[in-house]
Design a protein around this ligand. Structure first.
Ligand SMILES: Cc1cc2nc3c(=O)[nH]c(=O)nc-3n(C[C@H](O)[C@H](O)[C@H](O)COP(=O)(O)O)c2cc1C
Ligand code: SF4
Ligand code: SF4
Length: 262
């Protein structure tokens, strides 16, 4: 079973391609969080995998929170993480190892997978040719990862010292904020432009349920994990984060549609 957290399809692609090769199922952490679904069973010695993006060099807060609440019956044969990132996964493997250790699981292997960087608040997507080259290279790297997972390669050691907080980044917003979560500096105001059609897709997609529809328009309040699903996947391109995203191309992994489910 492979759990994935994915706003723009990279980690979902990695999870589904790996699951198809291993013949196991996948679970969306975003959907599980929205549905309060935390109980799962593993078949005997089934591999347990996590395909997760890197947020600020560590685990996305939402994934850390899911793992904290996870109730898994059955003993996994092999535990691995595929850490998708735009450049480097930093200390995410250590943070994942620590989060899993808290649940009594030992991480056997963690694999960094460089994919297109969806954090367009501080940068922009590369041109189409460069994007395709990154996706091609990611595909080759993922094939190697799948081969390593299939042979049960172990590469994780806890010698890396203390992991950073597995809760980064969370933005505390409004009254519903959880005071135990560290506050983040503002990364751009959530703006909905006149292009919004009121379709509600952003509210449906938000793994933190912090987008509510009010008078036919979305408002954001609560605890945002800054996954950027609302920004990249609004069909009307109506979501902006301050001025930093204006005019920039949005991203959703174009190869996800070609994965055959296992
Ligand atoms: C809030 C946030 C923080 C990020 N921080 C990093 C980072 O520290 N290092 C990095 O290489 N990529 C970083 N990225 C890029 C993503 O990890 C990368 O694009 C990932 O593959 C996205 O996965 P997804 O398509 O499954 O959502 C960040 C993205 C977001 C949204
Ligand atoms: S997804 Fe876009 S168009 Fe639909 S409600 Fe949200 S902001 Fe408006
Ligand atoms: S508000 Fe947007 S960026 Fe924040 S958690 Fe929800 S979908 Fe992700």
């Amino acid at each position: 079973m492979i759990f994935y957290f994915s706003a723009t399809g990279n980690s979902e692609y990695a999870a589904k391609k790996t699951a198809a090769a291993l013949g196991c199922g996948t679970v969306s952490i975003g959907e599980a969080l929205r549905e309060n679904s935390f109980s799962y069973s593993l078949k005997d010695s089934e591999p347990l995998g996590f395909a997760l993006p890197t947020f600020a060099g560590t685990l996305p807060g939402a994934a850390a929170r899911f793992i904290e609440r996870l109730q898994l019956s059955g003993a996994p044969g092999y535990v691995f993480g595929i850490l998708t990132c735009g450049g480097a996964a930093g200390e995410e493997a250590a943070a994942l190892g620590a989060a899993l250790r808290g649940k009594g699981f030992q991480l056997d292997a963690a694999f960094e997978l460089v994919m297109p960087d969806n954090f367009i608040l501080w940068s922009s997507l590369p041109d189409k040719a460069r994007l395709e080259a990154i996706l091609d290279s990611a595909d080759r790297a993922l094939d190697d990862i799948i081969a390593a997972v299939t042979r049960g390669e172990k590469n994780f050691s806890d010698a890396g010292g203390e992991p950073r907080s597995p809760y980064m980044p969370f933005q505390r917003l409004g009254a519903a904020a959880d005071e135990s979560v560290p506050a983040m500096p503002s990364l751009g105001e959530f703006i909905v432009t006149d292009a919004c059609t009121g379709c509600g897709e952003c509210a449906r997609l938000c793994p933190m349920e912090c987008i509510k529809m009010s008078g036919g328009k979305p408002i954001r309040d609560g605890e945002c994990t800054l996954c950027l699903a609302c920004l990249h996947r609004c069909p009307a391109g109506a979501v902006e984060y301050g001025d930093s995203t204006r005019g920039k191309t949005r991203y959703y992994n174009p190869r996800l549609a070609f994965i055959t489910p296992s």
